[in-house]
Write a protein that binds this ligand. Structure first.
Ligand SMILES: Nc1ncnc2c1ncn2[C@@H]1O[C@H](COP(=O)(O)OP(=O)(O)OP(=O)(O)O)[C@@H](O)[C@H]1O
Length: 268
């Protein structure tokens, strides 16, 4: 009898592996023996109280922070140990959307998106501009948004423009740091569904740092809670929400958590 693909167990294929991670800044220890695996094709949400080191974890994984100790592998490679050329090849396989959007204010939106295509993929400028238009459309921006400067866009449009730039090089992993922060609830919900659509259409793995409970419930396959300098719990959200920990209980089972859970169930 042929087994249908849907009935097969998921393939153990971790695109990110973090082992025994330690991050210290002066006398402050942010991470101590932190372990985390991210599976290919999943959307994993990273949550935790303010200052628990979610952004530092993201920045360590993408190679912007050199950890004090431990091991971080992306696609099986230790980025910081690679020679520059090889490192840049691996970096092209992921895209990052930073909290601020981090667009260049002196460039139009289309030029911002085209930049990695010119600099990293070495495309001629006209081809890069054309491809930038495709990425902007994929991110749900109207055609004329490409001609505007970041200062002329709303907060929601800036997030979409930054997403288009993160998608410029057809990444396999998308890192998102607080993508819905500062958006109104309707724009945030639209952004959430865009992320799920892109993951499904492009087969992306998504590493998502967020405080937004609605985002967690509507997008994430698994959630990792950062607490006490490590990953306290990781798994499907309903499982993690049952963790016997004061912060987890207050976060997932407080009034906002219950409302987000209720809204997610209604949407099922
Ligand atoms: N380059 C740095 N030098 C010194 N301290 C740092 C540096 N980067 C981060 N920290 C400290 O590390 C801690 C964790 O910061 P991080 O930004 O990762 O927190 P977070 O969990 O993302 O918080 P939030 O939810 O408020 O965004 C903070 O106390 C921060 O001040």
């Amino acid at each position: 009898m042929n087994a249908s693909p849907a009935s097969l167990p998921p393939v153990a294929d971790d695109v990110i592996q973090v082992r025994g991670l330690v991050n210290r800044f002066g006398t402050q220890t942010v991470h101590e023996q932190l372990d985390l695996d991210v599976r290919r094709g999943e959307i994993i949400g990273i949550v935790g109280g303010s200052g628990t080191g979610k952004s530092v974890l993201l920045r360590t994984i993408v190679g912007l922070v050199r950890p004090t100790g431990g091991e971080v592998r992306v696609f099986g490679e230790d980025l910081l140990a690679l020679p520059a050329e090889r490192r840049s090849q691996v970096e092209r396989r992921f895209g990052v959307l930073f909290q601020s959007g981090a667009l260049f204010s002196s460039l139009t939106v289309a030029e911002n998106v085209a930049l990695p295509l010119v600099e990293h993929a070495r495309l001629p400028r006209t081809d890069a501009q054309r491809l930038a238009g495709v990425k902007l459309a994929l991110s749900g921006l109207p055609v004329d948004a490409g001609r505007k400067y970041p200062a002329q866009l709303s907060g929601g449009m800036i997030k979409r423009a930054a997403l288009a730039r993160a998608l410029a090089l057809d990444p396999e992993i998308l890192f998102l740091d607080e993508p819905t922060a500062g958006l109104d609830p309707i724009s945030a919900a639209a952004f959430d569904s865009l992320i799920v659509t892109l993951r499904d259409a492009l087969g992306l793995t998504v590493f998502l740092v967020t405080h937004d409970l609605d985002t967690l419930y509507s997008t994430c396959d698994r959630v990792a809670v950062l607490s006490q300098r490590r990953v306290l719990a990781v798994g499907p959200i309903d499982e993690v929400a049952r963790t016997d920990d004061a912060w987890v209980q207050a976060y997932f089972n407080g009034p906002r958590g219950r409302a987000a859970h209720g809204a997610a169930r209604q949407g099922d």
